[in-house]
Design a protein around this ligand. Structure first.
Ligand SMILES: Cc1cc2nc3c(=O)[nH]c(=O)nc-3n(C[C@H](O)[C@H](O)[C@H](O)COP(=O)(O)OP(=O)(O)OC[C@H]3O[C@@H](n4cnc5c(N)ncnc54)[C@H](O)[C@@H]3O)c2cc1C
Ligand code: FES
Ligand code: FES
Length: 1364
């Protein structure tokens, strides 16, 4: 075991001074590589900013950063991603975290209160970031108005506020409630249109005065002490004072790290003039150190080389790089100008189409927080030096920008002016000692009409997604109305990000167009020439799509020039609207009340404690996994010497260190086991070999990367990478027959009754959980061979068991505690055991507390996500579309270990049975491959079954040329068929609500009329196509046994412990409501006002409430409520006699709750009750839902927009309709992500390529339905269900097949144009996700060329005017 290496930071003569939540922070020594987030999280008590991705892509870490300018006395506040901001950059700044918005710990800010009131927080992990995003937008707007001298400021627009969430990911809520919170602060919103909230119960109450008050004057102010210091430069330079002339490197902070390999030094150099910079660079030359010039450092989100930088040179305060100059033609901006500032300048520029289009485009880049901190120059240099897929370079190139480059030599600054094109082209221009000084952007143009348009094609139109290709076109045109000609005088056509080193101009196309009258023939020629100008590099993924995209951009642009109509790029996606309908019953008050989620204000304000927020105990170390990089190999040897020689490394812990059995996972459903660490043969890329333990989070990760593993890949044979491989090589797991349902009906009879039989294949891909809180654990060894584990787990009981087995100790020695999870979705049901066990083994071995918090990339590599399927089926059907038989063989991919995948045929079958096929026979084959084991992912099996079912229905519809919705109509279950397919789960006839909600939605949407309207729309619109699909859900819910302990204290307060885990679903809130109701016989409602406030549900603890089970399957809430109810019944029985006794002495016969509790305590009544509830018999029931989605597909780009989604969900008698609507919306949006944007991509070895926010795209605010209406249908009372409620967390996800089907219909309409003829019989293969490239491919990558060819052939006279 090595000792931590020495770390030494040299104290600086000028300490780093800043304010954190109003308090002065002075740091004499700093490691220059420290980010603001790392500092806040590890060195302060503030844990509001979370680490969700560490790469700028999720917004969980957002804080406010305020700067004071002593010259202008202005304060500029903006939201920033603290994971990218360097700590040394915040010198002289005031930082506010979400905690800092509160005056006291419980005096929450209006943003926090409104998020809570509008049910905008579920797991709460994203909520601090969301709070800061909204707050940041309010501050920005106030500042803008103040700068314009507006005395009576108005509130921001709804669009501005909604767009503030562009850089934030929430995996739980589906965003609708958060967008409602945004709207509460907006000027242009009718409060009556806002969604369910606790501020009012009906429209009459929808008044501003009923909202939590927001008074900007109470917001945190820039601290006076910092103003004083900044105004006295000798106290604090902040880069404003002239530095002494630097003869040698004058590092502000240095930090020396020593390891066994020697010493390395990191330095931070602040420069405040070009002379400073010149001197610093001169001093650094020839030192063989890696130097990075830093403005915002946001590039580190993409190029993660922070720790390899030796010297950071801060150039953000150099006046020449900050200068802004306006002339009559345009703007000159210092290179250090932040992108958000550029947008502000452009928006201030009056009436220039160039300025407007530039601002509009730049607002689609990254998220607002990145734009607030990332500089224009930094972006251009990334584009120039590293070939970054920049938008800034392309749009500025299109606008004709030029740059000044300064060569620093001694104290001379030699400035060269270059066109942006030259700058991008001449990579060497920015050689040593040359920096980008400024950018000039011409905004006003010549005497003729100027048209400037920009384009970008990206996985998400408005948020945090790099372009597949982008473009900017500037043309001067003259028009003749008489003969309807458009002459292009000059053209400047820039294209970027398409797989090139940097943005380029399509010079040959420009030349072709110049001086010509625009005609269809010219457009065709331009497109042909463009394809010779725009040629992606060979290695570019989706190369053909990108070319097709740029062709689409040019065509769209020229088409709009000719027609005078707007381009197809959607411009207005805001505001989102939505309605929620539900009924509230007082029968079991306060059950069924739409109360706020317990502790949601704490979540918003950062007070809520997640595992990684627990302060590290003294001597705590950090662990990082070493993962296999081969899919199938024998381990010949592991060399950890380099890792142990790394800075701060303490130990390498592997299989040989396990004192008990090498078992890391025991699946509670099938008792299948997996090893903790590989011992012999690795079975997949990403399999844990061991953990490296070091002194810090970063050092552990760096050291883990240095473990060398020697693999023998030959002796084991070739890996099995796909289901097809598995079939060829007979690589299967067995499936217990009980999980494969029996055939239904007579399949042969069904097939012979069919008019048609058709066979096809449908595939479904994987989905990553992308919970916002990555896997995390803190293990603390205790006396007597005991260990305490704080972990983010859905099944603490399983974690406890596996750790006991691993450590070879009794279960009672292992205490596992989980207070809350930052999302889970099945990913923390089983796989979490391995993370917790690894840390437990390391802690046990080293006898020290050890923690782990996986970085996003490792988390996604290790945790397998949804399993894949490939289904070959034959369907028999009549002329009317009535299905008579469905026969299918489903291949499921489990990966290397079985996890719980062999249980899932049951859920696939149950979900497939959502339509009446007459007869059905499904066979399953479970493939064992050398891929990461797949695991439960929200609605596991149900989601896949639903996708297969709707694909079959669409197949039949396409075959017959019928509407998919009509085919669903004829195959809708009747009571008879549902009973045949689902058996006892159907229950009473009056509980069969499916036809009711189906017809209700159909008539509400006027489905048939709407379908006809869409058909007409599609006939008239060549390039935009629409589709509408309505689907059903029949979800088998299986009520599960659960436990609860209810304890009453003498002051009347109550503590409840339950077997379930709070992971955002609102379990604890529902339990509180249940306990309040169940104890109500003891209360006097008139006297006991806030009974909910008396009840606290506390963390899950495997010793105080042992033998719980796994939280999942949508029924834990009701099971825990039932257990709590059972426990309360016992307490009521015990306390009722005391109450009756006391009542005799009260004049009104009423007994105050506190008096009752005090008396019972004094009488030594046992006021704690622990009970287990079990459903008798095993209660299975059906959850019904219907959903319709209308989508729009842009066939030039392949982009999809969900125009509207309407859902009706039978939630039984909801325990809390506000929370249940949140579950419905959140599940649906997660499903929409699965079907549209979330593309899991692996390389040939199975290594995940989509392992972070840059490459994996869960929905953001711009990919959710623009209109999102949800009705929670109350089905009748049912004696066997707990308070007649139904499970809600998973079923609505399956309704997202409506989105996928609707996209299919839109594509079908496009293909009708593309291939000619009818859509009938067009059964193209279409597997989720419907990514833009896939959609475009299906609509025809050459659809523009085909169209031009065909149109020109049809008409010899080239038409002027509109092309389509
Ligand atoms: C999550 C995320 C999403 C993004 N999405 C997009 C997007 O969709 N489109 C897009 O165009 N961009 C996107 N970006 C890139 C973003 O715009 C840049 O990261 C940012 O503009 C860089 O500015 P900075 O000040 O942070 O640069 P830094 O990180 O400080 O520096 C970047 C590089 O430029 C060098 N440098 C900086 N200034 C100068 C100078 N004046 N002279 C010489 N060298 C210099 C630095 O040494 C460094 O190598 C995204 C970034 C993030 C983090
Ligand atoms: S943690 Fe900073 S953006 Fe995700
Ligand atoms: S509440 Fe947003 S991620 Fe959970």
């Amino acid at each position: 075991m090595g000792a931590p290496a020495a770390l030494k930071s040299t104290p600086s003569s000028k300490p780093l001074v800043f304010a954190l939540n109003g308090q002065r922070v002075e740091l004499a020594s700093v490691d220059p590589a420290t980010t603001l987030l790392s500092y806040i999280r590890s060195e302060t008590r503030f844990k509001g900013p979370k680490r969700g991705c560490g790469e700028g892509g999720c917004g969980a870490c957002v804080v406010m950063l305020a700067r004071y300018n002593p010259q202008t006395k202005e304060v500029k506040e903006s939201s920033v991603n603290s994971c990218l901001v360097m700590l040394c950059s915040v010198d002289g700044c005031a930082i506010t975290t979400t905690e800092g918005l509160c005056k006291t710990r419980i005096d929450f800010h209006a943003v926090h209160k409104r998020i809570s009131a509008f049910h905008g927080s579920q797991c709460g992990f994203c909520t601090p970031g969301m709070s800061m995003a909204i707050y940041g937008c309010l501050k920005h707007d106030q500042q803008q108005q103040a700068a314009q001298g507006i005395e009576s400021p108005t509130r921001p627009s709804c669009e501005k506020l909604e767009r503030a969430l562009q850089g934030n990911i929430c995996r739980c809520t589906g965003y609708r409630p958060l967008l409602d919170v945004c709207k509460t602060f907006a000027s242009d919103v009718d409060l009556e249109d806002l969604g369910v909230n606790t501020c009012w119960t009906d429209k009459a109450g929808a008044k501003a005065e009923n909202l939590p008050v927001y008074d900007p004057k109470s917001d945190p102010q820039f601290p006076q002490f910092l103003i004083d210091e900044l105004e006295t430069p000798e106290i604090h330079s902040n880069g404003n004072a002239e530095h002494a002339q630097l003869a040698s490197l004058d590092a502000r902070f240095t930090h020396v790290e020593s390891s066994k390999e020697g010493e390395s030094e990191r330095a931070w150099v602040s420069t405040s003039s070009l002379a400073d910079l010149s001197a610093a660079l001169e001093a650094l030359s020839g030192r063989n150190q890696k130097v990075k010039l830093v403005v915002g450092n946001t590039s580190a989100g993409y190029y993660k080389d922070l720790r390899q930088v030796d010297v950071f040179v801060d150039i953000s305060q150099i006046p020449e790089l900050l200068t802004v100059r306006r002339d009559a033609r345009g703007l000159e901006l210092g290179a250090a100008t932040r992108i958000a500032e550029l947008v502000d300048y452009l928006e201030e520029w009056s009436k220039s189409s160039v300025a407007e289009a530039l601002a509009d485009h730049l607002k689609k880049l990254a998220g607002g927080h990145v734009r607030n901190w990332g500089s224009v120059g930094g972006n251009l240099v990334m584009a120039q030096k590293f070939g970054f897929a920049s938008d800034v370079a392309t749009v500025l190139l299109g606008a004709g920008a030029s740059v000044k480059v300064v060569a620093l030599k001694g104290f001379n600054a030699d400035v060269t002016e270059l066109s942006l094109e030259e700058f991008l082209e001449k990579g060497s221009t920015l050689g040593e000692n040359r920096i980008l000084q400024s950018v000039y952007i011409p905004l006003e143009s010549g005497p003729t009409e100027t048209v400037f348009k920009t384009f970008r094609g990206a996985p998400r139109p408005y948020g945090n997604a790099l372009s597949f290709a982008n473009a900017a076109f500037l043309v001067q045109v003259s028009r003749s109305e008489q003969n309807r000609t458009v002459v292009i005088q000059t053209a400047r056509l820039a294209f970027g990000a398409f797989g090139t080193k940097h943005a380029i101009r399509a010079l040959r196309v420009e030349e072709l167009l110049k001086g010509k009258s625009l005609t269809l023939g010219l457009v065709k020629e331009a497109v042909e020439v463009l394809k010779t100008d725009v040629v992606p590099l060979e290695v570019t993924p989706t190369k053909d799509y990108r070319v097709s995209l740029v062709v689409g951009f040019l065509f769209d642009f020229l088409n709009s020039l000719l027609s005078g109509e707007p381009t197809l790029t959607p411009t207005h996606l805001f505001p989102h609207i939505g309605k929620q309908q539900f009924t509230v019953s007082d029968e079991h008050y306060p059950i069924s009340q739409p109360t706020s989620k317990f502790q949601s204000q704490n979540q918003a304000s950062g007070e809520a404690v997640y595992v990684d927020d627990i302060p590290s105990p003294p001597g705590c170390l950090h662990a990082a996994f070493v993962l296999s990089s081969e899919p199938y190999a024998k381990i010949k040897g592991v060399d950890s010497a380099a890792a142990l020689g790394s800075v701060g490394a303490v130990a390498y812990v592997s299989a040989s260190d396990i004192p008990g059995k090498n078992i890391g996972i025991i699946n509670p459903f099938n008792q299948e086991k997996e090893p903790l660490f590989v011992d012999g043969i690795v079975g997949y890329v990403g399999q844990p070999l061991g953990v490296v333990v070091a002194d810090t989070y970063d050092n552990a990760r760096i050291a883990a990367g240095k473990v060398n593993v020697n693999y023998d890949t030959h002796s084991v044979g070739a890996p099995v990478m796909t289901c097809d491989d598995a079939v060829t090589r007979n690589s299967f797991f067995s499936i217990p027959p009980m999980f494969v349902g029996p055939p239904i009906g007579d399949i042969e009879k069904g097939l012979s009754a069919a008019d048609f039989k058709s066979s096809a294949t449908v595939s479904t891909k994987s989905q990553s959980h992308f919970y916002m809180e990555t896997q995390t654990t803190l293990a603390i060894p205790d006396e007597d061979g005991c260990i305490t584990i704080y972990t983010a787990s859905q099944s603490i009981d399983c974690v406890q068991q596996v750790i006991a087995v691993c450590l070879g100790i009794p279960i009672h020695n292992v205490r596992v505690i989980t207070r809350r999870l930052g999302g889970a979705f099945g990913g923390k049901a089983f796989r979490n055991q391995q993370i917790a066990a690894a840390v437990a083994v390391a802690a046990y071995k080293l006898r020290r507390p050890i923690r782990i918090s996986l970085d996003r990339n490792t988390d996604m590599q290790m945790i397998g996500g949804r399993f894949l399927t490939k289904t070959n089926y034959t369907v028999g059907f009549t002329k009317t579309g009535k299905i008579t038989a469905l026969k299918a063989d489903v291949l499921m991919e489990a990966g290397w270990f079985i996890d719980a995948t062999n249980v899932l045929p049951m859920t696939i079958t149950n979900s497939l049975k959502k339509y009446n096929y007459g007869s059905m026979n499904i066979n399953y084959i479970l493939c064992k491959t050398n891929n990461v084991p797949k695991t439960a992912t929200r609605a596991p099996g149900d989601c896949e079954g639903s996708a297969i079912a709707d694909a079959v229905l669409d197949h039949v519809a396409s075959y017959l040329g019928l509407s998919g919705n009509k085919v669903r109509d004829v195959n809708l279950h009747t009571l008879e068929s549902v009973s045949q397919f689902h058996g006892d789960a159907v229950g009473d006839a009056n509980g069969f609500t499916l036809p009711i909600i189906w017809n209700r939605l159909k008539s509400r949407l006027k489905m048939e009329e709407r379908e006809e309207e869409i058909e007409v729309f599609n006939e008239q619109s060549r390039w935009i196509k629409r589709g509408l699909s309505m689907v059903t859900c029949t979800f088998h819910a299986l009520a599960a046994s659960n436990i609860a302990t209810v304890s009453i204290f003498q002051d009347g307060s109550i503590v409840v412990e339950v077997g379930g885990v709070e992971m955002g679903q609102g379990l604890y809130t529902k339990v509180r409501q249940a306990v309040a109701y169940c104890l109500s016989p003891l209360w006097n409602k008139s006297k006991d006002v806030d009974m909910l406030g008396m009840i606290r549900v506390i963390q899950a603890d495997s010793l105080s409430l042992p033998n719980s089970f796994c939280d999942g399957g949508s029924t834990t809430s009701e099971g825990t409520c039932a257990a709590a109810q059972t426990a309360c019944t016992v307490l009521v029985q015990r306390l009722q006699p005391v109450k009756e006794q006391l009542a005799k002495n009260q004049a009104d016969g009423m007994v105050a709750w506190e008096l009752l509790c005090l008396t019972a305590k004094q009488m030594q009544v046992d006021m704690q009750s622990h009970e287990r509830w079990s459903p008798v018999p095993m209660a299975s029931y059906l959850v019904y839902g219907v959903g319709a989605s209308e989508v729009e597909v842009n066939t030039l780009t392949g982009e999809t927009r969900i125009l509207a989604t309407n859902l009706i969900h039978d939630g039984g008698k909801s325990l809390n309709p506000a929370l249940d609507i949140g579950q419905i919306e959140g599940a649906f949006v997660m499903g929409a992500g699965y079907f549209l944007t979330e593309d899991v991509v692996r390389d040939a070895k199975g290594k995940l390529l989509s392992d972070g926010t840059w490459t994996y795209k869960p929905p953001t605010i711009d990919t959710i339905p623009q209109k999102f209406n949800v009705e929670l249908y109350n089905s009748p009372t049912h004696k066997d269900r707990i308070f007649s409620s139904k499970g809600i967390g998973e079923p609505p996800l399956t309704l997202a097949t409506s989105v996928f089907s609707a996209v299919r219909y839109a594509i079908q309409a496009a293909r009708k144009d593309y291939f000619g003829g009818t859509a009938s019989g067009d059964m193209f293969e279409f597997s989720q996700p419907a990514t833009t490239d896939k959609v475009k491919s299906l609509c025809g990558l050459d659809n523009v060329e085909q169209y031009l060819e065909a149109t020109l052939k049809r008409s010899k006279t080239i038409p002027h005017g509109k092309l389509s």
